[in-house]
Design a protein around this ligand. Structure first.
Ligand SMILES: [Ca+2]
Length: 307
């Protein structure tokens, strides 16, 4: 059986590295590259950390590309600085050189090239804003035919967002950060016919990073990947943290753990609800991950990181 082709586009948060690690453990997937979008991170350490993680996992032939797109509303510095911490974790700095190849072209151009060259349509696994995808589609509309689907962590349908009113002046709290960073680009992707399977806050709110699961990961820290995962989760345990990107990515490993539901939606691009993914009759059809077998998911990530 041929492998499922996947191109990853993440935005350098702690969760994004863990999602990349999970994706690399999936034997039925051929990962064509990893693009880092400069959103929930500082881009240099985020690219560096991504390459070091791919090295550690033994896949240094998988290229990494730095997207040079720009958003509208920057992520808070408190979130972004985690990229610097991860890049300096001891387990990622045992060697002086990084083997994983950094491509010279910008990530959006790399996305176009990889999709055009692929022998069959590719699944885009996106765990950050949709800006790199939108820019690539604007530059090369033909690539839409080479995208099998977009699996995306983003949006909040029937729950509040995570862009806090207290943090962002004038906002009503309905937006999810990956949309809010650049709602115009999300709306651009919404204009296409590409199948979208999103993992919204509606679902991730039910799957927290608990002290218990972090300690279970610690029990298997003799595996380097569990050690790294445990370090990453220890970093975020003081925050309200959920398996956002990891839950979205695990869908590629075990779609049968999830129930999907179809919604008609639109992206609000201006005003106090900028970045809201609104359920509207007659809107753009998308699938949202609606329910997940939580125990099966927790067991799966523990098993996959035991290496
Ligand atoms: Ca992310």
């Amino acid at each position: 059986m041929s492998k499922q082709l996947v191109l990853m586009d993440h935005d350098g948060g702690v969760d994004d590295y863990l999602a990349t690690m999970l994706l690399l453990t999936m034997e039925h997937i051929e990962l064509l590259g990893v693009i880092v979008t400069p959103a929930d991170c500082y881009i240099q350490p985020a690219v560096s950390a991504t390459r070091k993680i791919i090295d550690l996992m033994g896949f240094s032939h998988i290229p990494v590309a730095e997207s040079t797109v720009r958003g509208i509303n920057p992520f808070p510095r408190m979130y972004r600085r985690d990229s610097l911490i991860v890049d300096h974790l001891p387990i990622l700095n045992q060697r002086d050189i990084i083997s994983t190849f950094l491509v010279a072209e910008p990530g959006q151009d790399f996305m176009i090239r990889v999709l055009r060259q692929a022998p069959e349509p590719v699944t885009l696994m996106v765990t950050g804003p949709l800006t790199t995808v939108a820019v690539a589609l604007d530059k090369a509309p033909d690539i839409a035919a080479k995208i099998a689907k977009i699996v995306w962590m983003g949006g909040a349908l029937n729950v509040g967002g995570n862009v806090e009113k207290s943090l962002e002046a004038g906002q009503d709290g309905s937006a999810e950060w990956n949309v809010y960073w650049d709602a115009v680009s999300a709306a651009r992707v919404w204009q296409t016919q590409i199948e979208i399977i999103m993992c919204p806050l509606d679902l991730t709110n039910n799957v927290p990073v608990t002290s218990d699961i972090v300690c279970q990961i610690a029990k298997q820290r003799h595996y380097p990947i569990s050690d790294l995962a445990g370090q990453c989760y220890a970093l975020v345990i003081p925050q309200d943290y959920y398996f956002w990107d990891v839950l979205a990515t695990a869908y590629l490993g075990h779609p049968e753990f999830y129930q999907l539901r179809e919604w008609e939606t639109e992206i609000i691009t201006t005003g106090q609800s900028q970045g809201r993914t609104k359920v509207v009759s007659g809107g753009r059809k998308i699938y949202a991950m609606d329910q997940v077998d939580q125990e099966a998911f927790y067991n799966y990530i523990l098993q996959q990181w035991a290496r």
